[in-house]
Structures are given as C-alpha cells and as structure tokens.
Write a protein that binds this ligand. Structure first.
Ligand SMILES: NC(=O)C1=CN([C@@H]2O[C@H](COP(=O)(O)OP(=O)(O)OC[C@H]3O[C@@H](n4cnc5c(N)ncnc54)[C@H](OP(=O)(O)O)[C@@H]3O)[C@@H](O)[C@H]2O)C=CC1
Ligand SMILES: O=C1O[C@H](COP(=O)(O)O)[C@@H](O)[C@H](O)[C@H]1O
Length: 489
C-alpha cells in the first residue's frame, strides 16, 4: 500500500536550536527522500536570530550532511524552507507569519494544513498557543495541529496550568505531545511481541513473571544543556515520561482494537494502577545519585558539578533507580525495577523480563547455579533475546543457559526510521497513537511528585557515584533486599 503523502506547512518555533538541527531537519529530509512527503510541503523556521532563507537552507543542508551522507542534491529539498525572524513574545511578528503562511499555501498548494512544532523552552508553549489562536493562525481551510516537546510541566500543578492554557486554544485532538521513545522501533514492538505471541502473553502476569527490569543508561553527561537539565534532573527528564510510557506498554491489557483511543485507554489504566507512594517512605523504593568525576571508555570525564559554573552546588539527580508496583490483578506483587543515569559505562536501553523459577530443577548442581528464563527487549540495538536452559554438551544430565538472539539490523532490507521521523509523519497524518494524552501526563506526574517532594526535604550526599560506574550501591541494595540483582545489560 502506498503511503499517504500529507500536504502541509510545517512551522518550527525554535528553528535555530539544537533539536531542529539534530532531529527535525534530518527527519523531514528522510520523509521527503522516502516519498512520504510530496512536493506539496513547505517548512517555515522561526527564531529570533536575524537569519534569511539562504542562511536557514545552508543550516538545514549541514544538519543533513552531519546526520548521514545524502546521495542527492539537497537543493530541491532545501528550497522548501523559509525563515522568518520571530520573537514569540512580540505581537507584531504573528500577523507577518500569517501572511507568509498564506503565500506559501498558495505556492505549494498545501490545502491550508498547518503543523506548528514547538521546539522551544516549555515556558513559551502556553503563550504561543494563545497567540496562534488570537491572530487567527488556526483559521485555515485545512487542519491545524500543535506538536509539543517535553517537558510538559515541572510538576502536576504546572502541567495542569500549561494544559489549560493550551486547551484554551487547541482541542485535545489537535495536540500532539511528543515522547520520542514512543517513536522507537522496539518500543512500538512491545505490544506486538506481547499480543502476537501466545508463548509470551499467556505467561505475562504475576503467576509466571518474578520481576521486570528497565534500564535507560547513557554515557553522555549533561552536555551543553546544563540550565535545562539542572532544573529537570533524571526523574523529570527520563522517568516521568520515557520510562513510565515503557511501563504502560509492558503492563497494559490487550486493547480491543488497535486504535489510538483503545490503546491509550489501556495505558491509562496501568498508570492509574501504579502505586503512587504517598504513604510509604520514598527511600525504601527510590534511590537518587549524581555523578562524580570518573573514566568512561578510557577517557577522564568531570563531575556533574564541574560541567558548568552554575552546577557548582547542584543537588540535582543525574541518576534514579526505583521499584514500581502495579496494584492490579495481573501485576500485584511483581516489582518493576527501573533505572536511568548519565555517565554510565554504556549507552543501553533494555527491558528484561525475568520469569519465575520452576519449583524444582534437577539439572543444576545447586540452586545457586539455576538460571531463570529471561526475555530481553533491546530497544537501543533493536533486537530480542530469550535465555533458556538446555543440556550442557557432554555433561550427562546438567543444564546451562543458552541465548536465542534476533537483531533487527542484521535482517537484510530493514532500515529502521529514526523515532522523530516516524512521529513527525504520524503527526502529519493525524495518528496520535504514539503521542501522550493529557491523562497519561497527569498520572505520570502523580507518581513523580511525591518522590521529588520527599527528596526536596533532605539534602543529598552528592556526588555518590563515579562516572563510568553503574550508579550508587543503594540501587543494588534495592533489588538485593527482594532477593534479586540487576542483570548485565
Ligand atoms: N535537544 C534535544 O535533544 C531535546 C530537546 N527537547 C526539547 O525540545 C525543545 C527545544 O530544545 P533545544 O532545541 O535543545 O533548545 P535550544 O536552546 O537549542 O533552542 C531553543 C530555540 O528557541 C529559540 N528561541 C528562544 N527564545 C525565543 C523567542 N523569544 N522567540 C523565538 N524563538 C526563541 C532559539 O533561537 P534564537 O536564540 O535564535 O531565538 C532556539 O532556536 C525543549 O522543549 C527541549 O526540552 C526534547 C528532547 C531532546
Ligand atoms: O529526552 C531525552 O532523551 C535523551 C536520550 O534519548 P535517546 O533517544 O538517546 O535514548 C536524553 O539524553 C535527554 O537528556 C532527554 O532529555
């Protein structure tokens, strides 16, 4: 079946920024190259810098050359890009934008479809949405949609405030809250692995699963995002969004149909059932950390507090590990251990499902040597692996663990699109399945707020893990007290 080729004007607020350069321009290029965009599209870049169309086009070209080696002449592609110097806080710029959009819609015959992409600091989101409505930029012959980057708020209260500001201007169906993990191939694969395989789905519950481990580890430190990151920390940056979305996909009930509403409704039920830790001590279930200087891949790296002047006394966590519990019939009693951190020994995104041991296993010399069955979903290096026990060759009656591996990248002809590429396309065709609904955002903050509130009352003893290590020792103790350990990833 041929892909739909949406006709559209994409308006990028924050077009001179990091996200636009590293992710958005290369993704739009890929969509164009793959024929998912026809010639009926235009991209308008907005930011304060006094750039021109030519400067933006050169910048877009460089960003694409940095991302991959394009075979074709990029000129035709970049000719669809236009730049308007624009300060979102200044009233006079909106009417100018209106005129530019109308001109481009006539030139490119886009049917008036407008995708407003807010690649800017979140404190501007409410204002931009309001002004787009006020200046009639939403009134067109086609559809208008608003794509919003994370973070969506700083806590539940600010998220509610932001949501109500946006909802005054846009309907929920027009709002696409992006979580780029939902565009990752293996995150999208979770529901297929579960609901298309009897051998897993029949066992996918507290009778057969002993625990689940989710690790999102990064080698990178804070890079040049110190100001943003220090306000955010690992909980707001990764746990509140990416990790909880993965949890929802792993734990949801089978949807009755593969529609946006049905899938969302199942995910929301999981987030509702997540224990919110309002009454238990947070320290029993969550561990925070901040990296000290250390060595990664043979290279010395500084402590978080030495990465930028403003971080000198920071108490922001660059690591969090936690034990989540889902209080429903399927998952009661199954701990879901999660961890994410910067400056870890390797970049990895993995989910490990540990199945319960058999009551008796005669094929191992001692209980200590027994190895549980593990299903590993490798989100970073796109693949799956299943650890089973099989006869140890030539050993008589002993068993040993063996691994069945599937690596998507080794399958000929498969070229997985980048997450942003998929999500941009979905937003243009109006498929909101892999975007977060307001209810999901609100429920996620309900989990996270009590953790942050408890932490805010005590000064942490930071730094407490070396760059290049797997985080503070308390994260190992979190599992050890339940009789588990983190599996190697
Ligand atoms: N970078 C990343 O990897 C990721 C980013 N995000 C999110 O994406 C968003 C953008 O991040 P990022 O690109 O890194 O940020 P940057 O700081 O690199 O870019 C911010 C952009 O906003 C523009 N800008 C700032 N003030 C104004 C203003 N008053 N009017 C108009 N434009 C303005 C800046 O341009 P100028 O100075 O020319 O005005 C610049 O283009 C944020 O919400 C971030 O949290 C989410 C996930 C990953
Ligand atoms: O959203 C974010 O994600 C990145 C990690 O994304 P990945 O696709 O490389 O796994 C993280 O570095 C960043 O701090 C965070 O804002």
């Amino acid at each position: 079946m041929k892909d739909i080729q949406p006709k559209v004007t994409i308006v990028i607020f924050g077009a001179t920024g990091d996200l636009a350069k590293r992710k958005l321009f290369p993704s739009i290029y890929q969509l164009f190259k793959k024929g998912k965009l026809s010639s009926h599209f235009a991209v308008v870049g907005l930011a304060r810098r006094p750039w021109t169309n030519e400067v933006l086009r050169k910048h877009v070209e460089e960003s694409i050359q940095n991302a991959f080696s394009p075979e074709e002449d990029l000129e035709e592609f970049t000719s669809h890009f236009y730049y308007q110097p624009f300060d979102v806080t200044k009233e006079d710029t909106y009417p100018q934008l209106h005129t530019l959009l109308q001109d481009l819609e006539a030139t490119y015959e886009t049917g008036g479809n407008r995708l407003f992409y807010l690649a800017m600091a979140p404190n501007f989101f409410g204002l931009i949405a309001k002004k787009l409505k006020e200046y009639g930029l939403k009134e067109t012959a086609g559809w208008t949609r608003l794509v919003i980057e994370k973070p969506f708020g700083h806590d539940l209260e600010s998220a509610k405030q932001l949501n109500s500001e946006i909802r005054e201007a846009f309907d929920e169906e027009q709002i696409f809250r992006i979580d780029h993990y939902l565009g990752k191939e293996m995150v999208q694969n979770i529901e297929v692995i579960r609901f298309a395989n009897g051998i897993f789905e029949h066992l996918w519950n507290n009778r057969f699963i002993s625990n689940i481990q989710i690790t999102l580890s990064e080698v990178l430190g804070v890079e040049d995002r110190a100001r943003y990151y220090d306000e955010s920390g690992a909980v707001r940056d990764m746990l509140q969004n990416h990790i909880l979305q993965i949890v929802a996909l792993l734990a949801m009930e089978p949807p009755i149909k593969l529609t946006t509403d049905e899938i969302r409704s199942e995910k929301i039920k999981v987030l509702r059932a997540l224990r919110k830790f309002k009454h238990e001590p947070i320290a029993d279930n969550f561990v925070r950390g901040q990296y000290d200087a250390g060595t990664i891949h043979g290279k010395s790296v500084p402590a978080y507090r030495d990465e930028a002047e403003e971080l000198a006394d920071s108490t922001t966590e660059t690591y969090v590990a936690g034990k989540l519990l889902i209080d429903n019939y399927r998952w009661a009693g199954v701990p879901i251990y999660v961890r994410t951190g910067k400056r870890m020994p390797k970049k990895s995104i993995k989910v490990i499902i540990q199945f319960k041991d058999l009551p008796m296993n005669l094929y191992f010399k001692s209980d200590k040597e027994r190895h549980p069955n593990l299903l590993t979903i490798n989100i970073q290096n796109e693949g799956l692996s299943l650890c089973l026990n099989a006869r140890k060759a030539g050993s008589g009656k002993l068993a040993e663990p063996i691994h069945l591996h599937y690596h998507q990248s080794e399958v000929p002809g498969i070229n997985t699109p980048e997450a942003y590429e998929k999500l941009l396309y979905d937003s243009m065709i109006g498929d909101a399945t892999n975007f977060t609904h307001w209810d999901e955002v609100a429920l996620s903050w309900q989990l996270v707020d009590p953790i942050l509130e408890a932490w805010s009352k005590e000064k942490p003893d930071f730094p407490n893990y070396k760059a290049g290590s797997w985080g503070p020792k308390e994260a190992d103790e979190l599992l050890a007290k339940d009789g588990f350990h983190w599996w190697d990833i």
